[in-house]
Design a protein. Structure first.
Length: 199
C-alpha cells in the first residue's frame, strides 16, 4: 500500500526533536528512489541519523569501489556498463539490515532492480516536479545524462519515463517540494511506523 504525504509546514520557532517512537521499526532496509535532485542523499543522510542507522549512497559506494566518478564510468563503459555495476552492487547492499540506502535516479530502470527494491526493503519515493528538479541540478556538471543542449527538456523526458517505475516500487511517496530537509526527514518516520503497523 502506497502512502502519499505532502509535508505540512512547521510553525515558526518550533523545535524538531528526534522522534521517540523509533523502536517499532524493523531492521528492514529503507531505500530511497527518485530523480536526480530529488534529495535522496541529503534526506537519506538525515533520516539515517534520526533512526541511528548506517547511510549508504549507491552511486558514492560505486565510485569508492571503482576509484572514479560515475561520469567517468559512463564515459568508459557507457550507460549499459554502469547499469550492470549498479545492479550487482544493489543486490549486495540491499541484503544488509538496518540501513538507509539512497539509490541512483536510474536504478529503477532494470526489472531486476525493481524486484530487489520491492522484495528487500521499504521503498520511499521522493517526488518532485521537473522544474524544481531542474532548479536543483542545473549547475551540477557531474550529471552525465544532462550533458545535452537542452538539459531541462532531457530532465522532463527522464521524469516522464521513470515516474511510473518509481511509483511501481514505492511503499511510501513523499512530495519534497521546497520543505527543509530536516522537516522532510522527520515527516517520513511516522509514515514508516504506520506502514509497519499496517503490514
Amino acid at each position: 500500500m502506497n502512502h502519499s504525504s505532502p509535508v505540512k509546514p512547521v510553525d515558526q520557532g518550533s523545535e524538531l526533536e528526534a522522534p521517540q517512537a523509533c523502536a517499532p521499526l524493523s531492521a528492514r532496509p529503507i531505500m530511497l528512489v527518485g530523480m536526480m535532485g530529488a534529495g535522496k542523499t541529503t534526506i537519506g543522510r538525515q533520516l539515517a541519523r534520526l533512526l541511528d542507522r548506517q547511510f549508504i549512497d549507491l552511486d558514492h559506494e560505486l565510485e569508492a569501489r571503482c576509484g572514479v566518478r560515475v561520469s567517468l564510468i559512463f564515459d568508459i563503459e557507457g550507460e549499459d556498463g554502469f547499469r550492470k555495476r549498479e545492479t550487482l552492487l544493489l543486490d549486495e547492499i540491499s541484503q544488509q539490515p538496518g540501513i538507509v540506502l539512497a539509490t541512483g535516479g536510474g536504478a529503477v530502470l532494470a526489472p531486476e532492480n525493481r524486484q530487489l527494491l520491492k522484495e528487500r526493503g521499504t521503498v520511499i519515493y521522493l517526488r518532485a516536479g521537473a522544474d524544481e528538479l531542474y532548479r536543483r541540478v542545473a549547475r551540477d556538471r557531474n550529471r552525465p545524462l544532462l550533458q545535452t543542449a537542452d538539459p531541462r527538456a532531457r530532465l522532463r523526458s527522464l521524469l516522464q519515463q521513470r515516474e511510473p517505475l518509481y511509483e511501481s516500487v514505492a511503499t511510501i511517496t513523499v512530495d519534497t517540494g521546497a520543505a527543509p530537509v530536516s522537516q522532510l526527514a522527520h515527516s517520513i518516520i511516522p509514515l514508516l511506523l504506520h506502514h509497519e503497523v499496517q503490514s
